[in-house]
Design a protein around this ligand. Structure first.
Ligand code: SAM
Ligand code: SF4
Length: 330
């Protein structure tokens, strides 16, 4: 059996994003509908099944796993999964994306479980605006969570901000200044058309990475770096600070040529591309052959053969991907 995953475009798959729950304590306007229906619990992979999936990928050469969701830290007993994955030989990076709402209590135990880097979403520093964008009033809790993460001394902490025109686009300078003051990094993300939302028109709300960079240059000296975190972010260092600013630009800078990743949904569907529906059902394989990691690895190898060349996002048409970001494992 091969010990590496290489697709038909010669891209090596070394990174898996595992969505551990589709549930969330927030309802961000770009991610979810206000009234979401969630997957029935029996259809979710158990934490043990998720650990098996993680082990299979690591045995196939994956070196980085990100736990995401939904909000990964609201899943019951989630530390158990971090602890299990943290012990896998060959896994170099166990990382997390979170909205920060549970970090006051979980930052220290996550660090102890082997999590090295953590991304925390923060779209606004203004309470009323934060409330509008996330449909919660937990800005204070998130800010205390960021503080707890800094105190827990992760190798790297990065804020993620989705920027929408006329919602928070005028806050990009303040967000970078906040990151500088905290000694952490920040990435700006262009909104992707995943799932139907009624709250705003995605084409009208589009605000490009180039516009943000232009705005930031009035205040900061951004020095391009060749650095990559094996992700789609393009990074700049803010001169005379420890902060890097990243831009994730699925619309304006296509990054598919160097794609090194796949995603597993909370129901165990292996998604070969964020912006396409190509997938296979790993849960069926696991439940038909419990504990047979060999068959699971064979299924994964077969799936990599259908990984598409690129995503297709068109903001002015109906989204052709109907699953929401919380299902996808953003
Ligand atoms: N709940 C966690 C959080 O918010 O960080 C993890 C899951 S969330 C889906 C992961 C990231 O995806 C967040 O940074 C969020 O801002 C981003 N995101 C969600 N929906 C998006 C969309 N439609 N386009 C671009 N980014 C999106
Ligand atoms: Fe929840 Fe994250 Fe989606 Fe916001 S972006 S609704 S925090 S999963």
């Amino acid at each position: 059996m091969p010990t590496q995953l290489i697709d038909k475009f010669n891209r090596k798959i070394t990174y898996v994003r595992l969505s551990v729950t589709d549930r969330c304590d927030f309802r961000c306007v770009y991610c979810m509908d206000e009234k979401m229906t969630f997957v029935p619990r029996a259809q979710l992979l158990t934490l043990e099944e998720m650990e098996l999936v993680g082990r299979a990928f690591v045995e196939l050469g994956v070196t980085k796993i990100r736990l995401t969701g939904g909000e990964p830290l609201v899943r019951r007993n989630i530390l158990q999964l971090f602890q299990g994955l943290g012990k896998l030989d060959g896994l170099k990076e166990l990382v997390l994306t979170t909205n920060g709402s549970q970090l006051v209590k979980l930052a220290q135990p996550l660090k102890a479980a082997g999590v090295k880097r953590i991304n925390i979403s923060l779209d606004s520093l203004k309470p009323a605006r934060f409330q509008k964008m996330t449909r919660t009033s937990k800005l204070d809790t998130v800010l205390r969570g960021i503080d707890a993460a800094i105190k827990a001394r992760f190798q790297r902490i990065k804020l993620n901000a989705v920027i929408l025109k006329n919602r928070n686009h005028d806050e990009v300078t303040d967000l970078v200044q906040f990151a500088i003051d905290q000694g952490i990094d920040i990435s700006f993300i262009e909104e992707m058309p995943l799932g139907n939302i009624d709250e705003h028109n995605r084409a009208e709300a589009f605000y490009s990475s180039d516009q943000i960079r232009h705005e930031l240059k009035h205040t900061f000296n951004l020095i391009p770096t060749t650095e990559t975190t094996a992700g789609p972010s393009k990074y700049y260092k803010v001169a005379h600070t420890d902060t890097r600013v990243g831009f994730i630009s699925p619309h304006t800078h296509n990054f598919c040529d160097s794609c090194n990743r796949v995603r597993v949904t909370t129901e165990g569907r292996l998604l070969l591309c964020l912006g396409q529906e190509h997938s296979i059902d790993l849960r069926r394989v696991i439940r038909a052959n419990p504990d047979d990691i060999g068959l699971l690895k064979q299924a994964i190898i077969k799936a990599i053969a259908i990984k598409p060349k690129a995503h297709e996002f068109e903001l002015d048409k109906e989204p052709h991907i109907l699953r929401y970001m919380n299902m996808t494992g953003g």
